[in-house]
Ligand binder design. Sequence first.
Ligand code: ATP
Ligand code: MG
Length: 410
Amino acid sequence: RQWNAVESVYQKLKSSGFKALLAGGCVRDLIMNREPNDFDIATDAIPDQVAALFSNALTVGREFGVTIIPFDSFQVEVATFRVDGSYKDGRRPETVTFSTPEEDAKRRDFTVNALFYDLDTKKVIDYVGGEKDIAAKIIRAVGDPEKRFEEDKLRLLRAVRFAAQLDFQIEPQTFTAVQKLHAEVKAVAAERIRDELVKLVKTKQADRGYELLLQSGLTSVIFPEFQKPWSDQQITTKTSALLKGGADSSEIGFLNLVFEAAQVVGVDVVRDLLKRLKSSNQEAEAVHWTLKSRELILDSSKVRLATLIRALAHPNAEVCEAFYDSRPGTFGVPKDVHEKSRTMRSRLKSTVLKGSRTLPERFISGDDLQSIGFKKGPSLGETLEEAFNLQLEDKLKSREDAIRWAELRK
Ligand code: ATP
Ligand code: MG
């Protein structure tokens, strides 16, 4: 379906007399038999000309020559062949000039990402040796690696991410340049760093990606918190072991990445780190809650039943349980203990919570307690909560039961 959309955009450009080529990552993925994440078309039409052809076109960066053609669940990006002028802030070129396919290939980051595909002739167009690098599984900067990383520091992370994602080696001079310039990743916005990390953690080779981050020195900038308490070797073995399981969803993958960290630097430091990487507050709190609730969720024999039931009704409980239950025996709690706890949790969820993750209604309220003579204050609150705990634990069976019990505590 996406393919039909790509072809229709392509045909329209061609029949209007423009050049059009599939470009970048999608060509690489098609050659490698991978499902492309998105499709990009490069053209000699300038953005105004592209916009004139597609009524719903969105010109997102006129100065960069990028136009988006939206379809219902995806989009096709059309970009004018261009050459980038000098870079200003270590991220973006100051000016761009519309140009030829060859120059457009040369402004791209890695040879494997710099290929074009002509849908008419069904031929790959390769100005930079990208085809042979795909065959040899090599990530190689286009042109002088140092210069290319200096221009745009995000490429430091992209090199590592693609190596992990594609299971490629980083060509030695390219990797030497990453190592030399690793500190410059500071110039990259936290959101972009985070996006790359999430992509990295989602790959099957997440542990290798992490190892490359470490060898390149990038971790020392991205996670300076990890440096003091851990030697490099410790970080590698701990984190690799956890990541090796293969992350199935980004949520769980991201949790894996921070889990061991939390054991050493503490759950609060991890929360701050996530916030610094511009995780939403909600996500940072969910991760924090999950890390804090490890014992509760995994070794339920140690906690009060009511505390566990309350936790299971917490909005973050679902992700938390899914995370810990994804690999029994690997979170510092023996498998059989974990298994017992899982059984208990599932029983409580179906009985007390009735499958809904909401707590039952309370038998008695603060007003009830006041009407039997309790004064407002901490002791009223404690009695109220304790009555509810006993209710959850099925030790108080009815409202009458609860009132009788409260009378005795007056
Ligand atoms: P993904 O699988 O993540 O989509 P991709 O290779 O398609 O990988 P995109 O970020 O979608 O990467 O970018 C599309 C293409 O644009 C790349 O293949 C590359 O040619 C070029 N490109 C993207 N970001 C950069 C960059 N920072 N520097 C140079 N070229 C880039
Ligand atoms: Mg892409």
